[in-house]
Structures are given as C-alpha cells and as structure tokens.
Design a protein around this ligand. Structure first.
Ligand code: MIG
Length: 647
C-alpha cells in the first residue's frame, strides 16, 4: 500500500506518474514538516536498508550518510556523499518493512544510522516535498510497488545491448574506423562506437568538426553497413556565439537560465562560456529536443548526454578553482560549488524564479527528458540514450551510466553494488565505464570487468584522455577478450528478453540476492553476487590475483562454465563452494527449475544475431521469451512466446 504525504508546497517533479492516495496523519514515524523537513525512524538491530540508486558503498546502505545533490566529482571515494544522480528512494527491510520516497528537486540528506544507534534521519532544507510511504510484505514487494508508480523504464533498441567501444580522445572518423576494423579483424563483437567531445566543432553541441569528420552522413552510413552505430556526446551548455542558430534562437526566445540580475547566466564548460538551457520549462525542453534533428538527419540513433549536473568549471562570479581534468587537481567537494548553483535561476511554468540550488537535482534528468521526448518525435524506431545526471522519473526517457569511475578493483566492486540499487529506483538501463575511466586498466582488471559487464544492460568500454589505451586489442591475447565478450552475444536472447519483460512489467532486471531468496539470511546479506533476470545468478571474481572465489548457492543450481566456445553445465548443490575461474572463462549459475535461452552462435554484431535460434540451458521446462525486431516502438508482453525444453 502506498500513501502520499504532502509537506508544505512541493515543487512539481516528473517522478511519479500514478495517482497515489493522500494519507492522513503519519503514524509510526516522526515527521517535522516545518523547515527544515526531517523524517526519522528507528531500525531494529538486524534491519537492512536498500536503495538510494547511484550512491557509493555497498548494497546495504545502513551505517553511513548520503546526500542527494547531483555533482560531478571524478574521485569516487567511499566517503563521497553524492554522485551524478539523486535517487531519494530507500527500503527498510526488517522488523517493519517499508519504503520511502522523498520527491523534491532540492538537496536531501540521508543519515542511515551512521551513529550506529538505530536512527535514520532524512532532512531537507526546502520548504515543500511529497513523501511516499510504501508498506509491503517484503523489500522486493515494496520496490515493485514503487516501480509501479514511477512509470516504466526507457526501452533501448537491441543494438544498444551489444558491446560498445568508447574513449575520450578519439579525434577523427579515421581513428574510430581503425578501432572498429581492429575489432572486426579479431572477431571481437562490437555494435557501437562513442564519439566524445572531439567530434564537435570547438565543443559546440549540434555541430560536427568538418576537418575531422569531413563526410559525416556517408560515414554514418558506411559504419551502419558494418553493423556499427555511432553515438555522439551532447553536453548541457550552449556556447555563447552569436551566429550559431541554436544560440541565437535560445537568446531570442529567452530559453536560457538567468543570473541574479536577470541576464543570461554564464558558465565556463568545454566550449568556453556557455548558457544553460532552462530545462524546467516544457517549451524549452521541446526546443532542445528538436535540436537532435541535426543528428538524426545524419542518420544517428544513439546519444549520451554529459555535464548535466550541471558541471561548471568557472562562472562569471567564480574563477576556476578546479581543473577539469580528472587526473590532476584536488578532489572537489560540492560545498565549493554551491555558490554557483545559487547564482543561477530557472523560471518555472508559472513564472516564479527559483535558483538552481533549490531545484538542482532535476536539471540533468530534465535534459534527458527533453532529448528523449525530442527523439521520440524525430524517430520512428527506438534509440539509445544515456545520461550522466539523473533524477527518478528520467528512467522513462533514457538510461544512465555511473560517470567517471577509475581503473581499480574497488570501482569494479562498486559497479556490482550500483546495479541492483539503480534498478530499485527505476534505472534498468545502466552500466559503468567498463575497465574504468580514470587511471590505467591492466589486462586482468579489464577481463574481470568485462565478465561483469556481460550482464549489465549498458556494456561500454570507456576511458579518459591521457590514460592507457583500453581497447581489448591493445592487450596480450585478444582472443581472451573475444571469448568473454562473445558470451554477451550468446546470452542476448536471454538478456534482451529478461530486460524487456522486466521493463514492461515495471519490475527489476538486476536484483540483490536478498530479493530472490526471501527468508535466507545469508543471501540477504550477500553483496558480491547478483540475480540477473529470473534465471541467472552471477558470482563474479572481483579480486586482483584471485584464481576464483567462494560462491554461495541458496538452492541447487546449474553451474555453467563458458570457455569461449561452449557452455559446460553441471549440477551444483546448495551451500558454499569454491570455484576456479581462469581469466578467459566466465562461470554463472542457472536457478533451480529455470531456463536460459542462448544463441547457437556468436556474431560480429547484433545485426547478425538470430535471437530466435536458441538452445535452452538449465533444468526448467519452459521459458517465456520476449522477441521483436529489436527496434519497434510497439513493445508489449504479448510478444512473448513460450519455449519448451525437449525432455
Ligand atoms: O570534463 O567529454 O563523464 O565520460 O569522456 C569531462 C569528456 C567531460 C565527462 C564524462 C566522460 C567524458 C568526458 N566528460
């Protein structure tokens, strides 16, 4: 059961799509709706807390403090309170199981029993918000109810589930073509390549650098014939440059955020001084979305939105205090930039002016909404869209990636923690920079990371300018990388089907063990194993130098060992076992009485993959497979067919 409590006058967001009954007096919780708003509750000794989406640390959020305040900080330390997105939803699993969603675009602080005395306190300095409280039979049930009120996930095309290669520093069509050719020559599957900021003319959105990409339309077409999509980056700030039509129109129509004096606010980002589109207004979103026509006219159908927290290097009021390069400079704490967000203003639909600080957390997500709604009008097929910044609700318009992580084992583990937490908040289509963005990925780390990314919807190798080249073929024995990535393609009949089913029934795709094995106290606390769809459990190797790992099986399962050529299935008893996993192999598990359809052969790209020509692994008797052409917008569960296992 879900109840809404309105405190003060909330600023409208786009998070909740369903009607939820308004509650009367709050029971069981202490709530002070005067400013600042505080919500508190007491935890039982064994209670766990799930949720909070894109935050650091483990799947259980208990014991620490977090802050919802979208921020671009490339040093993902455990102590970091905020990341790029704000996902103000959590579930307490224990004595009293319930979920709470704090719907406000403002900054929210979560103290999840950091003192260890069992007290949870959520506070928000803004005067108004909507609090949704959800009672349920168990934590998973609570999450499903929550997903039911925030609307279904964005649905990417099939090709977006392929492997993608990206790097900050690809400078020309020739360079990207060479990267693609290398993959094809070595038989490493590949579906798309990202174009980072260097494809643009002086980092200006909706432009192409004609020297580096002299014949873009032809280039996009050529790549498509090789089964490859190009995915350009789009930044939030519009360069101040009279003569540029996007800039001119934005100025003329008053579409940009303003400063205290009411002039257009100036912030330095990649293109130099820019203005930020005022995404809070529908008219501005519609206009911004239309601009993607520049790309769709070139034949492009995949995009990543960046710098939309928004990230700011310097402003008209504040000189540069931090270097933009993640590899140098000090870690930047949000506090040092708060003044920036108080310095610029939005105009709400009713004409009210509010500082970005007050509505900060919805800015990036509304950029995604603008792009997604625009692309929906421009294209008659599904497209790829993922963003760095987000707020709950943005999951309906695009996916997200988890920003500037680093090539460390710690970040690989964080990737595993993030996936179920993001799924609880609606963000099914997500993934990390595989191999790590900052720093230099060694061969072992990249292989182990790929073995995790095989199971995450977004599977993209991305790295920063100045770091070691991270394409698979730069490492010894590229065939080992091919072996791991091929598993993704063999598993796509299952992964695509499970993702689409989860999205269409407003459910999770990647779950914590706790949600799959209710009542199993060991499973409830496991953080380094995950459930992927209804049939698969993964137990990835996350430690440097490890030959394998310890795996906990709550029930008897089928152990599947993929060696690059074939699947070897053996029965595995419930309990704890030690497994050995060579770097070029992947081991995963199929749950009791479940099936996994796998493609009979791998393919160079999803364009060549036949999702209907499958073999069934596992001990189940039937599997409901979702199938479509991979791009139709007409998706529904009615596209599922039942596959029977021949006994
Ligand atoms: O200030 O476009 O997170 O993926 O490669 C850095 C350059 C800007 C940050 C993104 C990263 C991207 C980089 N961008």
């Amino acid at each position: 059961m879900i109840t809404r409590y309105t405190c003060g006058t909330p600023v409208e967001t786009y998070a909740v799509t369903a009607d939820v009954p308004e509650g009367g007096a709050l029971q069981h919780f202490s709530l002070d709706s005067r400013e600042p708003f505080t919500f508190s509750c007491r935890l039982g000794a064994d209670d766990l807390i799930f949720g909070l989406g894109e935050t650091m640390r483990g799947i259980n959020k208990r014991g620490f403090r977090y802050l919802s305040f979208n921020y671009d900080d490339p040093y993902h330390k455990d102590e970091m309170p905020s990341m790029y997105g704000s996902h103000n939803f959590f579930v307490v699993d224990g004595d009293r199981t319930f979920g709470a969603f704090f719907d406000t675009p403002a900054r929210v602080a979560f103290d999840m029993d950091s003192a260890g005395d069992g007290t949870v306190t959520v506070s928000c300095e803004a005067p108004g918000l909507c609090l949704y409280l959800i009672d349920g039979t168990d934590a998973y049930n609570v999450v499903k109810q929550f997903l039911g009120i925030i609307g279904p996930s964005f649905l990417p095309p099939l090709w977006a589930f392929g492997y993608g290669q990206s790097r900050w520093g690809y400078k020309s069509d020739k360079e990207i073509r060479r990267v693609a050719d290398k993959h094809r020559a070595l038989g490493i599957p590949l579906d798309y390549l990202c174009m980072d900021i260097d494809y643009m003319d002086r980092y200006i959105d909706f432009t192409v650098n004609g020297h580096r990409f002299p014949a873009m339309t032809q280039y996009v077409e050529d790549m498509k014939t090789k089964g490859l999509h190009l995915v350009p980056i789009v930044d939030a700030g519009i360069k101040i440059e009279p003569g540029n039509p996007v800039y001119d129109e934005g100025i003329q129509k008053g579409y940009f955020c303003t400063n205290r004096e009411g002039e257009n606010f100036q912030a330095e980002v990649w293109p130099g001084m820019t203005h930020f589109p005022d995404f809070l207004r529908a008219e501005v979103r519609e206009w911004f979305g239309e601009q993607y026509k520049f790309y769709t006219d070139l034949g492009l159908d995949g995009f990543w939105n960046d710098m939309n927290e928004p990230a700011i290097f310097s402003t008209e009021y504040r000189a540069k205090t931090a270097k933009p390069d993640a590899e140098r400079g000090d870690p930047v704490q949000p506090e040092r930039h708060i003044a920036d967000f108080k310095d610029f203003f939005h105009r709400l639909e009713d004409g009210t002016r509010v500082s970005n600080y007050e509505v900060h957390n919805i800015y990036g997500g509304l950029m995604t909404r603008a792009s997604g709604e625009g692309l929906d009008r421009l294209l008659d097929r599904r497209y790829l869209l993922f963003s760095r910044s987000s707020y709950i609700g943005a999951h309906r318009y695009g996916g997200i990636w988890t920003g500037d992580n680093a090539s460390t084992w710690h970040m690989l583990r964080q990737n595993v923690y993030h996936m179920p937490s993001l799924n609880m908040c609606g963000f099914l289509f997500s993934g990390a920079d595989t191999g790590g963005f900052g720093g230099n990925a060694g061969r072992e780390l990249l292989l182990r990371w790929l073995a995790v990314s095989v199971f995450t919807p977004l599977m993209r190798n991305h790295s920063a300018l100045g770091t070691r080249r991270q394409e698979c073929y730069r490492y010894q024995n590229p065939e080992d990388f091919k072996a791991v990535i091929s598993l993704r393609y063999r598993l796509l009949p299952y992964l695509y089907s499970e993702f689409m089913k989860a999205a269409l029934r407003q459910d999770m795709f990647i779950l914590p063990m706790a949600f799959g094995f209710l009542g199993d106290e060991t499973a409830r606390r496991i953080e380094d194993q995950l459930l992927v769809g209804e049939s698969i459990m993964i137990a990835p190797v996350l430690e440097k130098g490890a030959m394998g790992r310890k795996v906990y099986l709550p029930e008897p399962m089928t152990e599947v060992r993929w060696d690059g050529e074939e699947f070897r299935c053996t029965g595995a008893d419930a309990g704890t076992r030690e497994i050995t996993v060579p770097l070029n192999e992947v081991v995963f598990y199929i749950r009791k009485d479940c099936l996994v359809p796998v493609a009979k052969t791998t393919a160079a790209s999803t364009a060549e993959l036949d999702l209907s020509d499958v073999e069934l692994l596992g001990t189940g008797t039937a599997y409901r497979q979702y199938l479509d052409d991979g791009y139709t917008k007409d998706c529904s569960l009615e596209r599922c067919t039942v596959l029977q296992k021949d006994l």
